[in-house]
Design a protein around this ligand. Structure first.
Ligand SMILES: C=C(O[C@@H]1C=C(C(=O)O)C=C[C@H]1O)C(=O)O
Length: 380
């Protein structure tokens, strides 16, 4: 039977519910008005900050300050027994800070594209929706844009849970006059997207890095469906858009941009993890909790790495990660190249002493950047 009762929203026939709603909404409106006034007051202060930074030649974007602020706001929310989740507080203030960045300067961010790529999603999460984004097809192109000051920063992948280090990014840092300004750790659910969820699937396309960790889940969830590798997540989505009975694996943002429906989302254990760098023209300022990426060239001999590690261990410096790479301009093959991520900022006296010691031992050291220690961002 059709429902003939008046809608609680109906203005012509007031009901007790609509009267109650109206009264509450008047109070919400009043709070929103105050919020707008406060946001604009905040905006005035942000512009004052921008003046000081411009005079002092400082970067507009300060990831250490942003993270400290977000953390403090979540603590305040907990102390006030606030109902909003930490995720909600972070995303609301992410956008407030994005608007602040846009007020201070027209911040331009390049990311490894195409639009809808995983890196795009991470970049938007980090910088919000008020700044300008530029898709860049190649890692070297992103480096060139930052060097030429066409963009302020570039967001690039540096490591993936399924495939290990993204060597191309690390290798480019060796010769570039650019540095890691910040880092992002990211966990995201992988989704399967298709035109609709009724048509039986014959194939699922995906970038090898997205497919690899999800194979066990996909073969269980979609038994008998062929898994086909594509050059990019965007290309995979294009297949799903144009070929009936196919789907693509990718991120929720990719589904949205290709107007595809999410037909399945991976369980937590099949979510992908990755590290990204925010490439800038300098290191981040010391924030009190930083990491540093170093490139070390040492003589390729027995115990070479051990000697390097001893320099840090003897100073109680944690070596968080090690990557070993061939040295491209070393035809004699006498050099070994290590990428080390260590705790601390390169301006700390302990790290400066350690670097000086390595150089005394005959090693060549290059600081590839110091940046605030990132926290995991989990996107579900
Ligand atoms: C306002 C500033 O500039 C930017 C905007 C921030 C904000 O809106 O709170 C924080 C850090 C910076 O990325 C600042 O450095 O304090």
């Amino acid at each position: 039977m059709p429902d003939s009762s008046p809608s609680p929203d109906s203005a012509d026939q007031p009901t007790p519910a609509s009267i109650d709603l109206q009264a509450i909404r008047v109070r919400i409106d009043a709070i929103d008005e105050q919020l707008i006034r406060l946001l604009n007051e905040r905006g005035d202060l942000v512009l004052e900050v921008a003046e000081v930074k411009k005079k002092a030649g400082l970067d507009i974007y300060v990831p250490g300050r942003e993270e400290a602020l977000l953390r403090k706001l979540c603590q305040i929310n907990t102390a006030q027994h606030g109902k909003l989740t930490e995720k909600a507080i972070r995303s609301i203030f992410r956008e407030i800070m994005s608007a602040a960045l846009a007020l201070e300067d027209s911040l331009k961010i390049a990311y490894l594209g195409p639009a809808g790529s995983w890196t795009h999603q991470v970049a938007v999460h980090k910088f919000g929706n008020s700044v300008e984004y530029i898709a860049e097809a190649a890692i070297e192109g992103a480096f060139a844009r930052v060097a030429a000051r066409e963009v302020d920063y570039a967001v690039l992948p540096i490591e993936h849970s399924a495939e290990g280090a993204v060597h191309h990014t690390l290798d480019h840092l060796v010769d570039a006059q650019l540095q890691i300004y910040a880092q992002i750790l990211w966990k995201v659910e992988t989704v399967v997207m298709a035109q609709d969820d009724d048509t039986p699937l014959t194939a699922i396309y995906g970038h090898p890095q997205m497919l690899a960790p999800c194979r066990p889940w996909l073969s269980q969830r979609f038994p008998g469906v062929k898994l086909v590798e594509s050059a990019s997540s965007s290309l995979a989505a294009t297949h799903a858009e144009t070929e009936v009975g196919t789907a693509a694996v990718g991120t929720p943002l990719g589904a949205e941009l290709h107007a595809l429906k999410v037909v399945a989302a991976s369980p937590r254990e099949f979510s992908s993890r990755a590290r990204f760098i925010i490439l800038g023209r300098r290191s981040g300022d010391p924030s009190g909790n930083d990491n540093t990426m170093l490139m070390v060239h040492a003589n390729d001999k027995v115990g070479a790495l051990l000697e390097v590690l001893k320099v840090f261990a003897s100073r109680n410096v944690n070596v968080r990660q090690i990557e070993n790479r061939p040295v491209s301009d070393d035809p004699s093959g006498t050099q070994a190249r290590f990428f080390l991520e260590i705790s601390g900022h390169h301006e700390d006296s302990t790290l400066q002493e350690a670097i000086a010691d390595l150089e005394k031992q005959g090693a060549k050291v290059k600081v590839l950047g110091s940046y605030p220690a990132p926290r995991w961002i989990e996107e579900r």
